[in-house]
Design a protein around this ligand. Sequence first.
Ligand code: SDX
Length: 426
Amino acid sequence: MNNGISITNHRNGETYEFNIINSTRGPNAVDIRDFFKKTGMFTFDPGYTSTASCKSEITFIDGGKGELRYRGIPIEELAGKHTYLEVCYLLLNSKLPSPDELLDFDIELRHRSFLHRGLHKLFDAFPDNAHPMATLSAATTALASFYKEHINLTSSDDFNKMAHRIISKIPTIAAFSYRHSLGIPFIEPNIELSFTENFLFMMRAYPGGKMHIDRQGERSIKEIEIKALDTIFTLHADHEQNASTTVVRNVASTGAHPYVAISSGIAALWGRAHGGANESVISQLEMIGSVNNVEKYIKKAKDPNDPFRLMGFGHRVYKNFDPRAKILKKLQDELKSELNLNTELLEIASKIEDIALNDEYFISRNLYPNIDFYTGIILTALQIPKSMFTPIFVIGRTVGWITQWVEFKREEKSKISRPRQLYIGK
Ligand code: SDX
């Protein structure tokens, strides 16, 4: 007795059997790899709402419960309780690091955070007003020409070096992209600083390494700012097979250089339906401008003939609160007293949330705030300009992309991604 699934084609009375592959958590999958061979037909799933593109052990999401786990550990046990670097180590090595492992990992990333001198020149090719995501994607592709060595897929040293290098250089490229957009000199990484503090340092420091000075003296980077940004990096680290990760895996399947795959992921993330939403949320809150205008925009969001969508709302998988949004909302409340959060934007965001969460249109479509809804308000409080919101998403997500790349490459029969189509032409 086949414990799989039978499908009957009522047009020809034929029945086809397919096996079920068991998951360790969440939905099982029907193995349809020989569906076309058996039935002569394709399955049709644009946007892949019901399609598992791969097997993975990295991240688990339960959209109904609003659950997220990295290597089996719930995000609530990681965000704000372990540093982003510990979470990077967990994703890459399937376990949290011992103190010595963390120290070695931290030291290696600090040493690898510098860019080849030749890469500095690339930024000059871009106009000052180039969006940092454009320079970030281009410079990441350029890295492939600086590190051409063939990556020996069986050597973990090779993998670790390739992965650690990109994780440590992305923040530097992002900070240089920002400084280029202001037309101010780059600030080199400071190996005495932690991963997250070093990024804020490269964003804010003056040449010579001094921080901003005002009447109270030097404005050094506050612990609370480092902790908030570190938590944001952790919340963005990985998210199973989202659009940009799917792009990274597709590029991996062609055999292209891993840094080109990461650069493709950066390009995909830029879209406002995906990672670009965090920047669009703030632009939208600024456009709404006052709590008195919220009703008008909620109406536009509900109008099927109006392309306007509430940025930061809705998610393909979460049909409940995005667990990351819950953590960010708590962080926002903590920061309210410590940092000057933009209370006006906060008021508008809270009003949108109050109305949308009680409105039939949003409830019936399971539209809840997602991670992008709150990130922008916190990053604004950290004096980070909105053009840098998606680059910050890139910094957090790079470890996820490279871990997914490695997992794909280590799969014994990793095949090139090549879907078919339903032809409806002449
Ligand atoms: C991220 O995949 C990931 O995991 C992504 C991410 C990650 O960590 O990698 O979590 C990060 O990208 C978060 C999502 C950020 N994007 C936004 O906030 C942009 C606004 N949200 C939408 O564009 C939308 O909700 C998506 C893209 C996030 C999800 O789109 P789906 O799953 O394809 O849903 P859909 O477009 O089919 O919408 C279903 C219904 C539609 O209405 P009907 O046709 O049924 O009448 O819900 C409506 C949509 O019109 N809808 C919205 C809405 N989102 C969906 N209506 C108003 N405002 C919205 N934001």
